[in-house]
Write a protein that binds this ligand. Structure first.
Ligand code: TXA
Ligand code: MG
Length: 339
């Protein structure tokens, strides 16, 4: 049985922290998307988390911590990481950095996972860390007093949840608790940046736009690898970036300039294409062409259009500026051929 508690209810955070402390699984809101939390130091809880998500064991997790000081106990910061942490935390940025020695995050090898998982994580020797800005996330981590690992709270391969209802649709009966804190404000996952041996790489575009990262660093960072163009080395560097990771059931047709018979339309901007009146359903990411608003609507609109029963979703072009890069990345993954 999965319980659901309004996050603002008296005692809700303490109850959630108690469940995490007892090896349980709690979904909670962050500013990006809902996360499925487990105690990062508890290998058995992490094993349960993988089972609940149906997640491939080679896909490592982000450790969520309360502040940069807590992050320093887990990973080693170089100068670039220091700048990025100071500039964007708390907020929608994840840093992949070398493990500090004597790190308390459970080695996934002790979680009883498949040898592939041991190789994928132990081989990397890095941890992804993030300081979320959402009040509920912050309060929960503080109440547990330990890092919380949290992938997006969806079944592996589905789009990320931005509301408690989305979490329920995917994980009801598989987790202990959903803390309902209303819609996640940013709507796309965190930007993931690795800083290893002075080389800074954008592993996943997300809630902090690339140009903001580059401004903070005073230099360009290498582009995120595009779906379908990944080689084996990149697959090791960013193991979670499977091309078809974010898949609704309906096929997606990108850069659509018309709606074909039987399609639903994911619109952007005020000018709708020919065929719109016949569309199975129409939802607009942002009628006023605002990519921030579009990011916040992306996953819930994809879910709603998928539920319309249309065999395909026509997606209007989205500009590649600011959060548009993250939106186009998720759309390209959702459109990629299924593996
Ligand atoms: O916004 C977010 O980041 C959300 C919220 C809940 O914080 N979390 C999230 O987690 O999106 P998840 O597990 O769905 O995506 C994390 C990505 C995965 O693709 C994973 O492979 C990658 O981060 N990752 C984790 N640890 C890594 C590491 N050491 N090196 C490279 N990639 C890593
Ligand atoms: Mg995810």
């Amino acid at each position: 049985m999965t319980r659901r508690i309004p996050a603002g209810e008296r005692g809700a955070i303490d109850e959630a922290a108690r469940i995490l402390g007892a090896s349980g699984l709690v979904a909670f809101p962050t500013e990006t998307v809902y996360g499925l939390g487990a105690d990062a130091t508890n290998g058995a809880a992490i094993a349960k988390l993988y089972a609940a998500k149906g997640r491939p064991a080679f896909n490592p997790l982000i450790a969520h911590v309360r502040d940069i000081a807590a992050a320093r106990t887990l990973v080693r910061f170089d100068a670039a990481a220091e700048k990025l942490g100071q500039s964007f935390w708390p907020g929608p940025l994840t840093l992949v950095l070398p493990k500090a020695s004597a790190c308390p995050v459970a080695d996934l090898a002790t979680a009883g996972l498949d040898p592939v998982a041991d190789l994928a994580t132990a081989g990397l020797d890095t941890i992804a860390v993030r300081v979320p800005s959402h009040d509920i996330a912050h309060a929960l981590i503080a109440a547990l007093g330990r890092p919380v690992v949290a992938p997006s709270a969806n079944q592996s391969g589905h789009v990320s949840p931005t509301t408690a209802d989305h979490v329920f649709a995917d994980l009801a009966g598989r987790i202990d608790l959903v803390l309902d804190g209303g819609p996640a404000p940013v709507g796309v996952e965190s930007t993931i940046v690795a800083s290893l041996d002075e080389a800074v790489t954008l592993l996943r575009p997300g809630g902090v736009p690339r140009n903001a990262i580059e401004r903070a660093l005073g230099r360009a960072v290498s582009e995120a690898p595009q779906p379908g163009q990944r080689n084996d080395d990149e697959a090791v560097l960013a193991p979670g970036m499977l091309a078809s990771h974010y898949a609704p059931r309906a096929r997606l047709r990108l850069e659509a300039t018309e709606v074909k018979p039987g399609e639903a339309l994911l619109a952007f901007g005020p000018d709708l294409p020919p065929g719109t009146p016949q569309a199975a359903r129409v939802l607009n990411l942002s009628a006023r062409r605002d990519v921030v608003e579009a990011a916040a609507n992306l996953f819930s609109h994809l879910r709603a259009l998928d539920r319309s029963g249309a065999h395909a979703i026509a997606v209007m072009p989205i500009p590649h500026e600011g959060l548009g890069e993250a939106i186009n990345d998720r759309l390209a993954r959702a459109a990629a051929p299924r593996e």
